[in-house]
Design a protein around this ligand. Sequence first.
Ligand code: C5P
Length: 406
Amino acid sequence: MLADKKILLIIGGGIAAYKTLDLIRRLRARGASVVPVLTRAGAEFVTPLSVSALAGAKCYTDLFDLTAEAEMGHIQLSRAADLVVVAPATADLMGKMVAGLANDLASTLLMATDKRVLLAPAMNVRMWQHPATVRNRAVLADDGVLFVGPNDGDMACGEFGPGRMAEPLEIVDAVAAALGAGPLTGRHVLVTSGPTHEPIDPVRYIANRSSGAQGAALAAALRDLGARVTFVTGPASVPPPAGVQVVAVETAAQMLAAVQQALPADAAVFAAAVADWRVANAAGQKMKKDGSGRAPALEFAENPDILATVSQMDAGRPGLVVGFAAETHDVLAHAKAKRARKGCDWIIANDVSPATGIMGGAENAVTVIDAGGAESWPRMGKDAVGRRLAQRIAEALGRLQAVDDV
Ligand code: C5P
């Protein structure tokens, strides 16, 4: 899948560099050639010898190495690749890229390249969440730099949270997607996410506790497999991922309109927690207490069911329609009934009763229900659920394509 692709692989200074050795093997196993560059800090973690032995190529380390310059100048090195990958991408390297510094071989190559750059960040949780890194990440994303990970999990420093470098196979997928060879390249996938806000009056609204974390994680994972993602989101507390087309809405009615506008799509996933009802007699002005002690009577009207509407489209229905079922009891029975009633292909069922901590939390435990039955996945981070779901969607679309081709 990566035959004849040339990857310039910059290895930064972090303990995750040991996983980059495996990444080299995985890239080569898919037909890519790897030209490795090891930073001075990177060489504290892995050696030029192991890197070059695995890459089957010279390992470049120094900007002022005359022999290396005579063999291939650093400008040429930066241009000969199809893609530049930085793994692990440290806070320091990201900061240098943002500042435009070029004081060693790696940073100079990153400044001189005319190719896309994919970063696989790895750092301590606090460093990843530091405002400077948050700023740098946003600037780099705006500059068109691609990211894969970091993931949530245990870290070598003993802490837990986002900052673990993506696994080698995830990086390989992101490389393939960046080179237009991902399993979802050329596909359009629509994702709804977050809560909706249904106004009571101009200052008050009815909402729910959805953070939008699962939808955002799924959209990022679909993007990493090469999909063009339209992300229709209500007012979520988790920011939308970079590199997807964001359509921000507030109400269910706006969400339906945005979804219809975004179609056609190869697949549509409805992860949003859409309010079932809106206030039919929403006031045009702020409601006031009138001193009588009587509370205003809100009247409710049912919202359009976006998932059912799209599932039951006669023409232009996406090949794969996926809904979520957040339940607090009898999860499986309700989810199966929901799949039949709404007419979608899959339902992702999860238990959101307060004891699970799933609603608004970092983890999810889901059961995927399709025509073939129910498949329960172990409890894992929402990022991991997103990646696994994106893979499953890619496989299903691949099968649909194969049927179409017959
Ligand atoms: O009926 P319930 O809200 O439990 O259904 C959940 C699924 O239906 C989710 O996938 C949700 O995004 C979708 N939904 C929708 N429009 C609604 C209500 C739910 O798309 N009005």
